[in-house]
Write a protein that binds this ligand. Structure first.
Ligand code: AHR
Length: 502
């Protein structure tokens, strides 16, 4: 059996994990809202039309924050369309996705859903077709107590107390030519600066996220971050990163190595933020909001067909990727990477939450089930709290098309406030189990509480409504600690959560 070693110490701390590292995203896109979180008439709909089965799964994960309402959608969205009596809300063409938005669910409804889901709203403003004026107005509507036009309108619309939204996105992917109101870095930096300034004048307690480049491989990437931050550094708190991966050629080892790209991406954006800060002699440091991440490619061909058949339809089945076991392994690798960068990545959103490239799937009128990626996401959110520790890991490595020296065993570790330690470990080896030996003497006596294992013999195995548990975690045996040394077998191609308690 191959072997990897690990040293952990409570003093090797990366930083405190911001719970918002386990955020998610719901866009007015496809069946995320209509047929996803909201389906009045469904046997499990509550009094507001929200699906109780979906709410239960969201609470099961423990999602601390949900980005809303887009995404590409937000760059053409008028927030005013989404408040007031539902019967008088306009139906609008959504140019981002080629569908029709009915605005039946808007700000009030989403905030009510978020409360039931035990999550916070992270609200995106439109800096595509609109700008600073609409942005400051929606902050006034959402967060100002009363006695002004927009706060009184909110009260008139049935909500006395402010929504108190703390985290705001300044537009979405504004360097993407596909974006409504696409901008140059300078144009966006100026618009973001003015919007941020005015939004914070309305409510100084908010934090705002400036749009980084739409992806690591964009031609604008790097220069975009530098130039736009030059215009808005002083008024923003976070820079966004977005990244989706795919495996269209069936190269599993190469696919599982994509978290190396993610790590480079994070470190580069941190470096650019600090370079701009340095040039400005700023004492403030910006952190990162990785507010879209996932696997996304399975549904691309189907989406073309759906739109060909029903352009401008409502709540079309778009971006309905069916995730397989290897996707769950990559999701685990991504979460490990976030934890190892938890000193600067403070917010991250699995894009998205329900039906649209999502861990949770539903059928209209039917069931609700967990996709494969649900599990690593839930495990990290439930157990990856407290302090992120820096593991000293020695693992056999492999080379693939884009990367050399990819560790076969990869890991992140956390120390919770109650003294429990959680180890998240991935085995990327296609054939061999790996014996992981961890030196944990620095923690004093620890016991193995459980070893949760996600494995399937077929990397392409999926969960469906008919077979929802095909890829699901089990309790593994055999992990032990003797004299401060942990021994645990990581089966070939597996995601492992080893929970240790004092
Ligand atoms: O999450 C799907 C889409 O991906 C979002 O709308 C956009 O921001 C990104 O390109």
């Amino acid at each position: 059996m191959k072997k990897a070693t690990l040293i952990l110490d409570k003093d090797y701390a990366i930083g405190r994990i911001d719970p918002r590292l386990y955020g998610s995203f719901i866009e007015h896109l496809g069946r995320a809202v209509y047929g996803g979180i909201y389906e009045p008439g469904h046997p499990l709909a509550d009094e507001l039309g929200f699906r109780k089965d979906v709410l239960e799964k969201v609470r099961q994960i423990g999602v601390p924050v949900v980005r809303y309402p887009g995404g590409n959608f937000v760059s053409g969205f008028n927030w005013e369309d989404s408040v007031g009596p539902v019967s008088s809300r306009p139906k609008r063409l959504d140019l981002a996705w080629g569908t029709t938005e009915t605005n039946e669910v808007g700000l009030h409804e989403f905030a009510a859903w978020a409360e039931k889901a035990q999550t916070q709203v992270m609200y995106a403003v439109n800096l595509g077709t609109r700008g600073a004026d609409a942005a400051r107005n929606v902050v006034e509507y959402a967060n100002h107590k009363s006695g002004s036009y927009f706060s009184d309108l909110r009260i008139q619309n049935g909500r006395k107390d402010p929504f108190g939204i703390k985290l705001w996105c300044l537009g979405n992917e504004m360097d993407g030519p596909w974006q409504m109101g696409h901008k140059t870095a300078y144009e966006y930096g100026r618009a973001a600066n003015e919007a941020a300034k005015m939004m914070k004048w309305v409510d100084p307690s908010i934090e705002v996220v400036a749009c980084g480049s739409a992806a690591h491989d964009m031609p604008t990437y790097g220069a975009w971050e530098y130039e736009m931050l030059n215009e808005c550094y002083e008024n923003v708190d976070y820079v966004s990163l977005h990244r989706y991966y795919g495996n269209p050629t069936g190269d599993t080892p190469g696919f599982l190595a994509r978290s190396m790209d993610l790590d480079d991406f994070i470190k580069e954006v941190v470096a650019i933020c600090d370079a701009v800060g340095g040039r400005k002699h700023a004492r403030k440091k910006l952190n990162l909001s990785f507010d879209e991440w996932n696997v996304w490619y399975h549904s691309n061909a189907q989406d073309k067909e759906v739109l060909k058949a029903d352009k401008w339809g409502r709540a079309l089945p778009l971006l309905e990727d069916v995730y397989n076991f290897e996707d769950a392994l990559l999701a685990g690798a991504i979460l490990i990477t976030f934890l190892r960068n938890a000193d600067r990545v403070k917010v991250a959103c699995l894009a998205q939450l329900v039906n649209v490239i999502a861990p949770i799937m539903t059928r209209n009128g039917g069931g609700c089930w967990a996709q494969t990626i649900f599990y690593p996401y839930m495990h990290a959110s439930r157990y990856g709290r407290g302090m992120a520790l820096r593991p000293i890991l020695r693992s056999p490595v492999y080379d693939c098309k884009d990367y050399e020296n990819v560790p076969l065993a990869d890991a992140a570790a956390t120390l919770a406030d109650d003294g429990s330690v959680t180890l998240f470990a991935l085995n990327r080896d296609m054939k061999d189990d790996i014996l992981l030996e961890g030196d944990l003497r620095a923690f004093g006596p620890l016991k193995v509480k459980e070893h949760i294992l996600l494995h399937h013999d077929d990397v392409k195995a999926v969960n469906t409504e008919a077979d929802p548990k095909n890829v699901s975690p089990v309790q593994a045996n055999g992990a032990e600690i003797k004299d401060g040394t942990l021994s645990v077998r990581l089966p070939a191609l597996s995601w492992n959560v080893i929970r240790l308690v004092p």
